[in-house]
Ligand binder design. Structure first.
Ligand code: URA
Length: 210
């Protein structure tokens, strides 16, 4: 089985991430970099997909050629920031099925509350990749993956851009079977639940809101 945590240290990923972290990077540049980096991260998160072969004919001769086995992948975006990663990944895996999970944080209990959930069918037969750029406290990611498991998903990976040690620990405790793929693990969370040094609010930076 893959490691619980994979940090993608490829120079292109690290260089683009640094540009995204800079506070003066514009919304347009941030969005473009996010799309580019999501392709590179998608390459890593799909590395161990099950493979089979199929009989094809090249112009020269028949061959048994490698192809991805099983049902189409399920990409699950945690709203709203997950959509920034989703767009790029769909360019690479255009036939993937797509689901959305919307969660907000209850101001009193601070626990995630579901306000939207639409998932692809037959999750038990698919590899599911949950996407959210920031693994901070881990509360919403853990809740989204719990929902996914309740809907039958068994083979789940989590893809993010930045992770905090607190979120990684929370995920490992709640869902030790889920592989996390990230571009970096930052130092810690601050008192507001932001990743430090981080890149700020990923949703605001990609959508130009405040
Ligand atoms: N969500 C964000 O967008 N940024 C953080 O630093 C933490 C959570």
């Amino acid at each position: 089985m893959a490691e619980h945590l994979t940090v993608v240290l490829h120079p292109l990923v690290q260089h683009k991430l640094t540009l995204m972290r800079e506070k003066d990077t514009s919304t347009a540049s941030f969005r473009k970099l996010l799309r580019e980096i999501s392709l590179l991260l998608a390459y890593e998160v799909t590395r161990e997909l099950p493979m089979t072969t199929k009989a094809i004919e090249t112009p020269i001769e028949p061959m048994d050629a490698p192809t991805i086995d099983g049902k189409k992948l399920a990409l699950i975006s945690i709203l709203r920031a997950g959509n920034g990663l989703l767009d790029g990944i769909l360019e690479l895996i255009p036939a993937a099925r797509v689901g959305f999970v919307g969660l907000y944080r209850d101001p009193e209990t601070l626990q995630p509350v579901q306000y939207y959930c639409k998932l692809p069918d037959h999750l038990e037969e698919r590899v599911s990749i949950v996407v959210d750029p920031m693994l901070a406290t881990g509360n919403s990611s853990v809740a989204a993956i719990t929902l996914l498991k309740q809907s039958g998903a068994k083979n789940i990976r989590f893809l993010c851009l930045l992770a905090a040690p607190e979120g990684i620990a929370r995920m490992k405790e709640a869902h030790p079977d889920v592989q996390i793929v990230t571009a970096a693990v930052d130092r810690q969370l601050n008192d507001h639940g932001y990743i430090v040094p981080g890149l700020g609010d990923a949703g605001d930076r990609m959508f130009g809101t405040k």
